[in-house]
Design a protein around this ligand. Structure first.
Ligand SMILES: C[S@@+](CC[C@H](N)C(=O)[O-])C[C@H]1O[C@@H](n2cnc3c(N)ncnc32)[C@H](O)[C@@H]1O
Length: 259
C-alpha cells in the first residue's frame, strides 16, 4: 500500500474555515516547543515495547492516529513499511521527517478515510482520545473497532485518570524555550480543562490556549472498547511496559479485535 503524494489537505477541509475547537488551534509550533521533551527516544521505547506486546503491528496497514510530527510513526515504519499516520495539524505534519511525507494524511479522526476491517493495528500515542463530546468519543472508538481486521490491535496510550485527579496542580507558571506559560488546571465535570497563557519573552506577545480532555476511568474505557468488539490484552503503566499501578504515569491499554 502506498499513499499518493501530496496527501495533505485532501480530506474534506475548506480553506479559510474558522477555527473553533481547541484541538484545531493548539497543536502548532508552540505546542511542539513546549512538548519537545516528548521526543524520539520516548517514542522508541514505547513503540519497541508495543511491538513486543502486539506483534500484529509489524504486518499490514497500521494507522498511527493523531501522529503529530510522526515520532512514533518513523520508528514503527522501520518494522512495518505499511504503517501510515493521520493528523489534523498542518503544522505538526509539516515538522515530520521528509521521508515520512508519503505516509502522512491530514484529516479529522472523526472521519477516517479507511475501509472497515482492513487495519492490522491502530495506535493512539500520548492521549489523543477524549477530545470531543462523550457521544463523539464513543462513536470514534466504535469506528476504530470497525476499521480493524479480526485480531487486529488497538494501542490506547491514555492518562492515568485517578493519578491525574489526585496530583493536579491547579496553577503554575514555567518558562520554557523562550515562552512563559501560566497554566490553570481544573476538573470540570468529567473533563480535565487546562487554560494556558503563553507569553513570548522576547516580544511580550501573548496568546491563550485551551486543552479539554474527557477523563474516562479505565473501567469505562474498557466497556466502550468491548462495545467496539475489542478485548483487553494487556495494560501497561509506562512506555517501557511496567505493570499498571495506581501511581503509574500512563494507562496504556493494548486491545485486540475479538470478532
Ligand atoms: C497530544 S498530541 C500527540 C501527538 C503524537 N501522537 C505524539 O505523541 O507526539 C495530540 C495530537 O492529536 C491531533 N489531533 C487533535 N485533534 C485531532 C482530530 N480531530 N483529528 C486528528 N488528529 C487530531 C493533534 O494535531 C496532535 O498532533
Amino acid at each position: 500500500m502506498r499513499l499518493e503524494a501530496p496527501p495533505l489537505d485532501t480530506l474534506g477541509f475548506s480553506e479559510g474555515a474558522v477555527l473553533t475547537e481547541w484541538f484545531e488551534a493548539w497543536f502548532d509550533e508552540d505546542y511542539a516547543l513546549l512538548y519537545s521533551h516528548r521526543d524520539e527516544e520516548e517514542a522508541r521505547v514505547a513503540v519497541g515495547r508495543a511491538l513486543r506486546v502486539a506483534p500484529e503491528l509489524q504486518e499490514g496497514p497500521v494507522l498511527d492516529l493523531a501522529c503529530g510530527a510522526g515520532r512514533h510513526l518513523e520508528i514503527l515504519r522501520r518494522a512495518n513499511p505499511l504503517a501510515f499516520g493521520l493528523d489534523l495539524s498542518r503544522t505538526l505534519l509539516g515538522m515530520a521527517p521528509g521521508g515520512l511525507r508519503p505516509w502522512l494524511l491530514r484529516g479529522d479522526m472523526r472521519r477516517l478515510p479507511v475501509k472497515a476491517g482492513v487495519l492490522s493495528g491502530i495506535c493512539l500515542w500520548f492521549t489523543p482520545f477524549g477530545y470531543f463530546s462523550d457521544e463523539e468519543n464513543r462513536a470514534l472508538l466504535l469506528d476504530l473497532g470497525g476499521l480493524l481486521r479480526h485480531q487486529g490491535v488497538l494501542v490506547m496510550d491514555y492518562v492515568n485518570v485517578e493519578l491525574l485527579a489526585r496530583t493536579l496542580i491547579p496553577e503554575d507558571t514555567v518558562e520554557h524555550s523562550g515562552i512563559r506559560v501560566r497554566s490553570l488546571r481544573s476538573i470540570e465535570g468529567d473533563r480535565l480543562v487546562k487554560r494556558m497563557e503563553l507569553t513570548r519573552l522576547a516580544t511580550g506577545e501573548a496568546r491563550e490556549v485551551l486543552e479539554s480532555v474527557r477523563l474516562y476511568p479505565p473501567r469505562e474505557l474498557q466497556e466502550m472498547a468491548v462495545r467496539a468488539g475489542l478485548r483487553l490484552r494487556r495494560v501497561m503503566g509506562t512506555y517501557a511496559g511496567a505493570s499498571f499501578t495506581e501511581d503509574s504515569p500512563r494507562w496504556i491499554g493494548v486491545f485486540e479485535k475479538a470478532w
